[in-house]
Structures are given as structure tokens and as C-alpha cells.
Design a protein around this ligand. Structure first.
Ligand code: PMV
Length: 326
């Protein structure tokens, strides 16, 4: 096969990855836990075209340039080295959600690229190897490889990959995402990870994460939102505390971000089961049970500053599809 197309869902982390122990290998400072998002997808087609002199990369209808192009080519080089080929490729990738706004587009992007490129190169990697490879493209991408709820742990290149905690059918949790800004963020997570250790709060967060992680893993198995919710919120706030206090300081929040956080807490005090988390961006992910999802969605839509709302259940792992983008 010289052409393959893969689909991946981005994932939202309940326990975050922020800061690395190895920059080049994307080895995280702490283990992280996430849920794949079924409603958001990246589709990527890769074709090896031996006549090409340079790789062609199209993302959402535009030729990729600068850093985005370099990151994709560096990843393709990893696949070429695994497959023992120097052939150049044509890549088309399409997201059905806004990229670069804290919706974790790099997670689905590098998971889909890894599967499509390895298959197009004639390789058949198992889930662990594919998760490891995806990690090298973007750390969080390793968690979009298995299906459902995933744990990413490990300290070396060999053992740092994500594994399923429970499948998507285990718990019908819903992520209702309040979109408060669609602009591309000024500082991407690649740069941000490198700043984590400049924050005086980084070590304190890492010390707290171990306890939250155990609670969240058990709570996912027990389908216990009230137990995991406070840990999820605590780690999102701790990560943003690290971001805000790093040098230079990263402040991703917009005024509407803070409004949503406060509203979520007041709804909860009034009895609605909903908890928030955020990635490296201003948008707020609100986690709730399926039965409460339309209520949460309606309430978010009524808030000023909320431009749109996305509702997503638990997603599958990266997979091949039979159609191609070109
Ligand atoms: O995979 P990266 O390098 O884009 O890092 C993702 C970092 C966060 O989204 C902020 C947290 C996470 O664990 O997904």
C-alpha cells in the first residue's frame, strides 16, 4: 500500500501533561489521563509519491508552512527511517474543529498522521508502537491512539506510551465545550512545556498530581464523577497556575473563561453534576453525565461571551478508513 487514510479523535486530559523530562523525546514530567472526544475528528491521508522532491502538506485546505510544516516533515522522517525509505509524500489533513484553541488538535493530528503514514509505508505497528511514535510528534497524541479513557505513563522512549484504562462503552461521560475564542493561541504547547520548570509552582503541582491520578483512575473505573471532578478541576487550575507563573508568563484565559468557571461552580452548588477542565487555551471543557448534557449545553449557550458549544461523548482510538482526501 502506498496510500492510507486515518481518522483520530483529539483527547481531553483529566490529569494534565505539562512539562517534560526530555524535550526531544517528549517524555512527560508526570503521567496523565484522558478521554477521547468522539465528536471532533482529524482525517489524514498520506501517499508516498516517489517522484516528489519535497513533501507536500495541506492542512485544512492550506499549504502548511513554517513550524507546522517542519513538525510534520520531522514526523514523516521518523516513519521513513522505520520503513527504510527516502520517498517523499503528499499529506492532506482536515480538522472538523478549530485548531490551536485549546481543543488539542495536535493530539488527533499526530495520531492520525502516524497511522496513515506508517500504513502508507507498508508498516503495521501494534498499538503500543503506534502510541510511542505518535508521542514523538506531539506528547498528547499518544493518548489518542487507544480507544476510550487512556493512561500515559513511562520514563523512557521504550516504555512511554498510552494504554486504555476502560473502553468507550464503560462510561457515557460527555464533554460540553464552551468556545469563547477561536483565534490561534499566541504560545503553543511545544514552547509552553519548556517554560513549566521556570514556575515556582511546577514542583508543587507534580507533588500533588500523584494523589489526584490515583483518585481519577479509580473514579473512572467506578464511573464516579463526584469523586474525580474535584481532582480534575484542581489539576486544570494547578496547570494554569504553573502557566501563569512561568517566565515568561502564559495567560490563556479570556474574561469569558472566568465567567464559565464561576457559572459551572454555581450550577454545581445548585445540584447539577458538572466539572470543568481547560487545555492550553481559553475554552472551557465541562464534564457531565449524558443525562445532564443538554441542560449544560443550554446553560452555556445562554452565557454572554460563549460563541459556540460543542458536545462530545467518548471517542474511539485512531483507525483506518476506506476513503481518501485526495
Ligand atoms: O501534546 P502537546 O505538546 O500539545 O501538550 C498538550 C498539553 C495540554 O493539552 C495542555 C495538556 C494535556 O495533557 O493534553
Amino acid at each position: 500500500m502506498s496510500k492510507a487514510t486515518a481518522v483520530a479523535n483529539p483527547n481531553i486530559a483529566f490529569i494534565k501533561y505539562w512539562g517534560k523530562i526530555d524535550d526531544a523525546l517528549n517524555l512527560p514530567a508526570n503521567p496523565s489521563v484522558s478521554m477521547n472526544l468522539a465528536a471532533l475528528t482529524t482525517v489524514t491521508t498520506v501517499e508516498f509519491q516517489p517522484g516528489l522532491r519535497v513533501d507536500t502538506v495541506m492542512i485544512d485546505g492550506q499549504p502548511a508552512a513554517g513550524e507546522a510544516f517542519d513538525r510534520v516533515v520531522a514526523h514523516l522522517d521518523r516513519v521513513r527511517s522505520l520503513a527504510g525509505t527516502a520517498a517523499r509524500v503528499c499529506v492532506f489533513s482536515r480538522n472538523d474543529f478549530p485548531a490551536g484553541t485549546g481543543l488539542a488538535s495536535s493530539s488527533s493530528a499526530f495520531a492520525a498522521l502516524s497511522l496513515a503514514a506508517t500504513r502508507a509505508a507498508g508498516l503495521d505497528l501494534d498499538e503500543q508502537a503506534l502510541s510511542r511514535l505518535s508521542r514523538l510528534g506531539s506528547g498528547s497524541a499518544c493518548r489518542s491512539v487507544p480507544s476510550g479513557f487512556c493512561l500515559w505513563q513511562g520514563e523512557s522512549d521504550e516504555n512511554s506510551f498510552a494504554q486504555q484504562v476502560v473502553g468507550r462503552g464503560h462510561w457515557d461521560l460527555v464533554d460540553v465545550v464552551a468556545i469563547v475564542a477561536r483565534q490561534h493561541k499566541a504560545v503553543g504547547s511545544q514552547q509552553g512545556h519548556g517554560l513549566a520548570s521556570t514556575s515556582p509552582l511546577h514542583q508543587a503541582r507534580l507533588a500533588a498530581v500523584a494523589g489526584w491520578l490515583e483518585v481519577v483512575l479509580q473514579g473512572i473505573r467506578d464511573r464516579d464523577l463526584e469523586t474525580i471532578g474535584p481532582c480534575i478541576e484542581a489539576d486544570a487550575l494547578a496547570m494554569h497556575g504553573v502557566m501563569m507563573t512561568s517566565q515568561p508568563s502564559l495567560l490563556y484565559w479570556r474574561p469569558a473563561t472566568v465567567s464559565v468557571l464561576q457559572e459551572v461552580r454555581s450550577w454545581r452548588e445548585a445540584g447539577l453534576g458538572v466539572y470543568f477542565t481547560l487545555d492550553a487555551g481559553p475554552n472551557v471543557h465541562c464534564l457531565c453525565r449524558r443525562a445532564d448534557a443538554s441542560e449544560v449545553e443550554q446553560r452555556l449557550r445562554n452565557l454572554s461571551g460563549v460563541e459556540d458549544v460543542l458536545v462530545s461523548g467518548v471517542g474511539a482510538g485512531v483507525r483506518l478508513v476506506a476513503y481518501h482526501l485526495f
